[in-house]
Unconditional design. Structure first.
Length: 553
């Protein structure tokens, strides 16, 4: 029975490591939305098309389509550098000034746009199924400015893309940029310049390609949305995302593309019944599309819509400022109920120690104190197990040919001496939820991204490596070097195992002694912050066991 328990525990731990690969996605009915949007009568349009209070000004009913050439428009603010193109009125680049790809001083800025497929636009706006005159990357828009430069404390500035479409639906897209926030206001103006009614939906889409080298282990990368006030997330690896796609309907607060630490999101102004479609194409492009309620445009009638865009870090405070409940995008899955308090404690401790490595050590001690009664009882049980080892050996020898009788005698022995054979596994079982919660925090909390500890550990969210070897090492992901912290962790587990009473079965004893080696290989590519937690946890456990063993019987 003990063999089976140990094997079950080991397999359960490995299964938990891979659980995110197998989380299912429920398909729902394709969106059919029929709610209308308020219409207005047309009038004359100004150059900007937008007033400072966010209202769109009227538009000319009979515009003259100018000759337009393809051009790039650069937008520079204290927080980001963006490059728009008038071909499809979309973004070609969006770099965050406060975040670099690595810790190196000359490392490039984080780029949120990674489109490998030239036929895909990172951001697109279409009206109706045909997308006529709106959002096609073959359409060249006229623009209101050649470039925008916003300094700290300056007023917001607008960039307007216009496609008149004299005999169809014309569109104005105006982006409003701010100097002190990652949000961008998007105003969309549609006017029916034809002689016939036009029906359709506004479709606003985000598209991106998985960053090179992304493995998609347990950290979330994919599309998400707030549907009926509930977070829905769909990993890019899901089969349904790669085949039929995901179609949902309901009240949509926002749609987004999420990576480990950053998020790109579109938020409609009004919370109405809308549609969502997400898919991963054969070329690897991940898309998320918001579909508005149906719009009916009579001849010479105009409609206005407003959206909020957020392109930036998944930072709790920044997302809360946006509103729209975008902070719900910070979700740690099954371990959310543990991870969020732990994340709060880490940030709280860091305010005083100014080092997230030290904050992890304090958190580890805090967790150990919290579970001290349980782990103490477990170690006492292990000590009692050690006392009855000779009796267990005699039972195994006496009933070696009768396994059922051996198990009955063992159970009677445990009852007589009030010993729990699984007591030794309790400390590790307690650690597992905390372990995965911390893994999630380190992999998706922007506050801990590239956070230094000491000496060679300059990034707690990356594996620890001493030196940088020019050659590869088996079982190790780049960069290649000596995983000092991981080796120390393995050594501490080995010492802790040696201090525990050995199982009576020699085969089981060998199996248990193999566990530190297995864990060392498993942890070799984990974040150094996670290894630090496990190492400190093991060292405290060693001290606790030593104290119990030194106590008189």
């Amino acid at each position: 029975m003990e063999k089976r328990l140990v094997l079950a525990f080991t397999l359960s731990f490995l299964v938990l490591l891979l659980w995110s690969y197998f989380t299912g996605t429920k398909r729902e009915q394709a969106p059919t939305v029929n709610e209308g949007i308020k219409q207005e009568s047309p009038a004359v349009v100004s150059d900007s098309g937008i007033t400072q209070d966010g209202n769109l000004q009227p538009q000319d009913q009979n515009p003259v389509i100018p000759q337009v050439r393809e051009a790039e428009i650069k937008v520079d603010t204290p927080l980001y550098q963006a490059v728009f193109t008038n071909k499809g009125a979309t973004l070609k680049s969006f770099k965050l000034k406060k975040y670099q790809t690595t810790k190196e001083p000359d490392a490039p800025l984080v780029e949120l746009i990674n489109i490998a497929d030239n036929s895909a636009d990172f951001l697109s706006v279409n009206f109706g199924d045909s997308g006529a005159a709106t959002g096609r990357n073959a359409v060249l828009y006229s623009v209101s400015q050649d470039s925008i430069n916003i300094t700290e404390g300056a007023s917001p500035q607008d960039l307007t893309f216009t496609y008149p479409a004299a005999n169809g639906v014309s569109i104005n897209q105006t982006f409003r940029f701010y100097p002190d926030k990652y949000t961008i206001d998007l105003f969309i103006n549609l006017t029916n310049n034809s002689s016939a009614p036009v029906n359709g939906e506004i479709r606003t889409s985000l598209k991106n390609t998985l960053p090179e080298g992304k493995k998609g282990f347990t950290l979330f990368t994919g599309v998400s949305l707030l549907l009926n006030n509930k977070l829905e997330q769909f990993k890019y690896t899901k089969k349904v995302m790669k085949k039929e796609g995901i179609s949902l309907t309901g009240q949509i607060g926002w749609i987004a593309y999420e990576s480990d630490y950053f998020i790109s999101s579109i938020m409609p102004e009004d919370l109405k019944e809308g549609g969502f479609y997400g898919q991963t194409t054969s070329s690897g492009v991940i898309s998320a599309t918001y579909i508005s309620p149906t719009i009916s445009l009579s001849p010479s009638v105009r409609t206005d819509s407003r959206f909020t865009l957020y392109f930036g870090p998944r930072e709790q405070d920044s997302l809360k400022v946006v509103g729209k409940k975008l902070e719900k995008a910070i979700n740690f899955g099954w371990f959310d109920v543990i991870a969020k308090p732990m994340r709060y404690l880490l940030i709280f401790f860091n305010k005083y120690v100014h080092n997230y490595g030290v904050a992890i050590i304090i958190l580890t001690i805090f967790v150990k104190i919290l579970f001290w009664p349980l782990t103490h009882k477990s170690y006492v049980s292990m000590k009692e197990m050690q006392k009855i080892q000779p009796l267990m050996a005699k039972i195994r020898d006496r009933y070696k040919d009768d396994r059922e009788q051996m198990q009955r005698e063992m159970m009677n022995l445990y009852k007589t001496y009030k010993v729990n054979p699984m007591g030794g596994c309790l400390p590790m079982l307690i650690q597992i939820p905390v372990f995965f919660a911390l893994y999630k925090i380190l992999g998706s909390s922007i506050e801990l991204r590239q956070a230094p500890f000491m000496l060679w550990i300059t990034d707690l969210s990356a594996p620890d490596r001493l030196f940088n070897f020019p050659f590869s090492i088996p079982f190790m992901s780049p960069p290649y070097g000596i995983p000092v912290l991981t080796l120390l962790m393995g050594a501490s587990m080995f010492l802790q195992q040696k201090m525990s009473p050995p199982p009576g079965d020699p085969a089981q004893a060998k199996m248990m002694m193999f566990m530190p080696i297995l864990f060392t290989f498993m942890f070799i590519n984990f974040q150094s912050g996670l290894v630090l937690y496990w190492l400190v946890n093991s060292l405290i456990g060693i001290g606790q066991q030593y104290r119990i063993h030194k106590r008189p019987a």
